[in-house]
Design a protein around this ligand. Sequence first.
Ligand SMILES: C[S@@+](CC[C@H](N)C(=O)[O-])C[C@H]1O[C@@H](n2cnc3c(N)ncnc32)[C@H](O)[C@@H]1O
Length: 179
Amino acid sequence: MLPMIEVLRLGHRTKRDERVTTHVCLVARAFGAHKVLISSKGKDTRLEQGIASVNRRFGGDLVVETGVQWRPIMRAWKAADKGPIVHLTMYGLPLDEVMERLRKGGGKDTLIVVGSEKVPGEVYGLADLNVAVGNQPHSEVAALAVFLDRFFDGKAISRRMAGELEIVPMERGKKVVRR
Ligand SMILES: C[S@@+](CC[C@H](N)C(=O)[O-])C[C@H]1O[C@@H](n2cnc3c(N)ncnc32)[C@H](O)[C@@H]1O
């Protein structure tokens, strides 16, 4: 069985971060994660419903939970000994080196943490691995996509996802069949 991947997104400010957080969820879904936990002050039901609608139309069952607090989530994951906590940060260890270690560890369930604005120092300590997707600043969306693609050896993006609609790949134009 494939390991379960959960993504913890830090610091979602409902109005300001709406688009980027949505993209974190869309990438998580398309690249093989099972759940996204969004650390935010309140619930963002619009975001939760938006991803549920994508699941219904295009398949998949990504669960999105908003309004959680990152500290208890990270502590509970550690206490349950579920698998590694991987924090994606430009200050971390090179991705290739870490993938080798994760593979040797037997592909356990993994909690991937991504930030938005300044990430609290405590997160670096709670993470088992601080991992850089290159040591240059870019984006949590790009970092998550590259990490998941490597983690699943490029296979997750081409898995078949069954929904109301299915896209038929074409050289030109758009073909969508209703199922
Ligand atoms: C726009 S960056 C802001 C970083 C923030 N200034 C900090 O102190 O960490 C938002 C998030 O993108 C991710 N990120 C950006 N560049 C990265 C890189 N080179 N490797 C891994 N993750 C990266 C991290 O998760 C980071 O928290």
